[in-house]
Design a protein around this ligand. Structure first.
Ligand SMILES: Cc1cc2nc3c(=O)[nH]c(=O)nc-3n(C[C@H](O)[C@H](O)[C@H](O)COP(=O)(O)OP(=O)(O)OC[C@H]3O[C@@H](n4cnc5c(N)ncnc54)[C@H](O)[C@@H]3O)c2cc1C
Ligand SMILES: O=C(O)CCC(=O)C(=O)O
Length: 381
């Protein structure tokens, strides 16, 4: 756990989580809604906002809301904190995958906002404490892909195709891309965000939330960043685990990342060792290390980078990606104890949570602004 102080609270009340009815509204974000300076909104009392979840999505969202919307008092509640969340063991490389049903323009914005935010940190004095660094390397393909230039190629730094001579190092691969992106190590970054959140006036409490109803008396807006927990908390059965196992290696001579484009085998040098992986086991809830997986990861990665045979294994880790066909970054109104309570969801980022955290957090801020406008309109009625 981080050394920062938290405020434990008593056991949460048990309530029937299926009592409320749901009105769902998917909508595009609107970044231009006024808030600061809007005379109607400034007349409002402080709005009590709660964020559920302390992973990279929860803390990114909590920081964005607390810093962008001073009218809100923000509390973050979570059952588990760093280093005990999925976010903490992620390799933390920024490489997007494409989601099928979300307009590319929105996905592009999520990635651009995340990349630009972390790039600024990587160039600042905060970089070592925040665990954010530039990372150069290559993504290699066993077959030449139909689309050689992904939508994010213009957003990373120095994207180009590999030359034949560069590809000779990988005889099983026919095509490659090389570029500089960012590696964001969440075991440092999330505690750094927590400090930033508290500096912005945010409160943090350790608590399991059994239903949104528990929150409806104490908060005006709920932001749900509970990752895989949304299966039960939001009753979302489209969400499923994709088990991922990685090994941390001591190999300080490795400078560049190598990723097989099938997403199954990767080598990511970082601040705290080299993360090698991986596995993508859908629907597999096992959190314990599988020695068969560890052997397979080591074999596959050593085939790409033979010097790994000389490296020491520092640790082995398993996490469950909160996966969905598309991440859910949406606003809805829930009927909780006879009151309509706005809920902003931000979860289901699968293997891209670090890649998209800041961008989806800014998107969520736009949705919270809409909730504030509605509250303002209701208060006039
Ligand atoms: C092996 C592996 C490697 C990865 N590598 C990368 C990578 O290189 N790049 C990348 O972009 N992504 C990567 N990912 C994916 C990334 O880790 C996830 O997308 C991201 O961590 C999801 O963050 P989150 O905040 O939604 O979830 P989490 O980190 O799981 O946080 C969820 C939070 O919600 C809380 N919570 C849940 N239910 C409740 C409840 N009922 N009450 C209170 N609190 C609750 C939890 O306690 C926790 O605090 C990787 C994942 C794995 C497994
Ligand atoms: O996919 C990758 O290459 C990075 C690691 C990752 O995102 C994952 O394992 O989910």
């Amino acid at each position: 756990m981080s050394s920062l102080k938290r405020f434990p609270v008593g056991p949460a009340r048990q309530t029937n989580k299926h009592l409320f009815s749901v009105q769902s509204q998917q909508e595009n974000n609107n970044y231009s809604l006024p808030l600061v300076g809007d005379p109607e909104l400034s007349r409002m009392k402080r709005v009590r906002v709660v964020v559920v979840g302390a992973g990279v999505i929860g803390f990114s969202t909590a920081v964005c809301v607390a810093e962008a919307l001073p009218i809100c008092s923000v509390t973050l509640l979570a059952e588990k904190f760093s280093p005990d969340n999925t976010s903490d063991g992620a390799a933390g490389i920024l490489i997007p995958t494409e989601f099928p049903d979300i307009p590319l323009v929105r996905q592009r914005q999520w990635f651009k906002d995340s990349f630009d935010h972390l790039l600024a940190i990587s160039h600042s004095q905060h970089s070592p404490e925040a665990g954010v660094m530039l990372s150069s390397g290559r993504q290699i393909f066993k077959e030449v892909p139909d689309y050689k230039k992904p939508f994010w190629s213009e957003l990373v730094i120095g994207f180009r195709f590999m030359t034949d001579s560069e590809l000779k190092q990988f005889p099983d691969h026919k095509f490659g891309q090389t570029f500089t992106t960012i590696k964001c190590e969440c075991s440092s970054y999330v505690p750094w965000l927590e400090k930033r959140f508290k500096k912005a006036g945010g409160l943090v409490q350790q608590r399991k939330v059994n239903s949104f109803q528990e929150l409806s008396d104490s908060y005006d807006i709920i932001i749900n960043c509970s990752g895989l927990g949304s299966r039960t908390l939001a009753g979302d059965n489209q969400l499923y685990p994709v088990r991922g196992q990685v090994l941390k290696m001591e190999a300080p001579w490795l400078q560049h990342f190598t990723r097989d484009a099938d997403g199954m085998t990767y080598i990511y040098p970082g601040i705290h060792g080299v993360t090698i992986g991986g596995t993508r086991q859908e629907g597999d809830w096992r959190l314990q290390v599988d020695e068969g997986d560890a052997k397979s990861i080591l074999e596959r990665c050593t085939r790409l980078e033979p010097s790994l045979s000389k490296a020491k294994v520092l640790s082995k880790w398993v996490g469950l990606r909160p996966s969905r066909r598309n991440p859910k970054v949406e606003r809805e109104l829930l009927q909780l104890k006879g009151r309509r309570v706005p809920v902003v969801h931000n979860y289901g980022h699968g293997g891209c949570g670090v890649t998209l955290a800041w961008g989806t957090a800014l998107d969520a801020v736009g949705l919270v602004r809409k909730c504030l406008q509605e509250i303002s309109v209701q208060s006039k009625l």
